[in-house]
Write a protein of this length. Sequence first.
Lengths: 249, 308
Amino acid sequence: MAETITLGWRQYRLERRMFWRNPSAAFFNFLLPLLFLAGGGAILAGNQRELDKLLPAIAAMSVMATTFTALAYNIVFLRERGVLKRIRGTPLPTLSYFGGVAANAVTNTALQIGIVILAGKLVFGIGWPDDWPELIVFVLVGVVSLAALGVAFAHAIPNFESTAAYVNAVFLPVVFISFYVFDSSSAPGFLRQIAEALPLKPLIDGLSGALVTGSGIGDHLDALAVIALWGAFGLYFAVRGFSWESRRS
Amino acid sequence: MSDAAAAIEVRALSKRYGEFEAVRGIDITVRRGEVFGLLGPNGAGKTTTVEILEGYRARSGGEVSVLGHDPGGRSRALRRQIGIVLQSGGIYGHITPREALRHWAGFYPHPRNVEEVLALAGLQAQADVRSRRLSGGQLRRLDFALALIGDPELIFLDEPTTGFDPEARRSAWETVRRLRDLGKTVLLTTHYLDEAQELADRVAIVKDGRVLAIGPPRELGVGASHYRVAYRDRDGQFVEHQTDDPTALLAELTAAALARGERLEELSVGRPTLEDVYLELTAEAEPLSDERRPLAERTSSAGEADDG
């Protein structure tokens, strides 16, 4: 077990190094949500009620970008390039490998959430988070669920060239629906039902409670349950459908 | 399954993909310390067989033992003792060979020295270059290096020199010979006959998921005891004889030629190459029976294809 942890730590450090060396990964993980934050902030400047909504929405989107999107990209890339197959042939324990990969995603999420909180404090006139435990619980459950969904989704992507199309076909509609329903009280009922059933809108609700409104976990248990259910679904398919090698080879 | 001298034992191995039978009852024993070649055309079942031995695929039937383990169990103990060069194993684009070897070394209980392996693979000059900037040949050498870093007992090489230029092939062959000198067992798949002939102590010729012949490259097949005597006759025609007794045949031919006051142009005595055996076995169409005639005379056009 000690060796599994040591090897997982080494894998984590390698993943970190590889992440920083890859400018496009850094872009997708960090810059995109920050651009949304800056753009939204500029448009909504002066409207505190809207800014209060923008911040948790961007924070939740960051969680999705650093886990779901990043892992789907990574897994497909490593699978199609044959890196996963090579690793599979070594004595590196599967748990160490995925531990390192997951810890890498969690680090990115934590960094990203940190940046968003800092931006909220310094630029948007929103104080420090009201409810740290709630923040941590929602980020953690969100990370696990969306990371599992990302790995599961990678299985549906046939080759690396089409990854962007597949990922965005999910990511963008989910983001738009969730943002719209979260922001507008007059959103059509069916759209609201869809958004509430997807994992992002509940995550925004939870993060909104933690970062802005101060409503505690108790008020967001439904939201937590929806995210966790998606997580269970994602984990099942992530493990069951996992493919270590390209279907083309 | 009790031969202690065997690194790999395969009995009645079969593998089905739906209706398609990729492997149909293969039996192979690879002894410790030998370089064993699996030779056959594309789609013969070589890679499927090797990937079962490596633990990548489940078999449909038969028994398999690799260093005393069932590779299907995917035990770490086994993977610590084997090194794998895949046909298409990739690597992170932003890692350097030295970093990759250091990282991989951490997977194994008694890894080899990183600098030593860099030297063995001929990668010292590229040790700190990111892999995405390496050439195809250099990446292939990195494949070798990563397979050797754990100091494995048994090394799987799946088509290790495909796409190499002649110089790179020679150097890869040199590496394989050094592995054998170190007492390692090597299982090599290749569709290059010269590679099998150069490297392998024994070869199994595989086609359509079956072993057609097995043995040392020089003794393989029905032509094993035959010598070939060839020359160009007076009309410039290429003449080839097969015989078990080249001494007598040569005496007869040269005496006759001298009596006629002629020279036997381009006279050569040779043994059938692995290529001859391979082509005969994999072609199926030509029956081999009349090869037994001691003085079978056969006229063929000069300049046969020199590679599979």
